[in-house]
Design a protein. Structure first.
Length: 45
């Protein structure tokens, strides 16, 4: 199935590329990611 221009006008997901290696986040990075998530969720609600 091919998409036609203008067929969909909502974003349902995001495509990305991830490295196949694990990364251990620091506690500070985890806290920052939590804060960003809260800000984004509040803006979308």
């Amino acid at each position: 199935m091919f998409l036609q221009a203008g067929q969909y006008d909502e974003l349902f997901g995001i495509l990305g590329v991830a490295k196949p290696t694990a990364y251990d986040y620091s506690q500070e990075e985890i806290a920052d990611l939590d804060d960003f998530g809260r800000i984004i969720a509040k803006a979308l609600s």
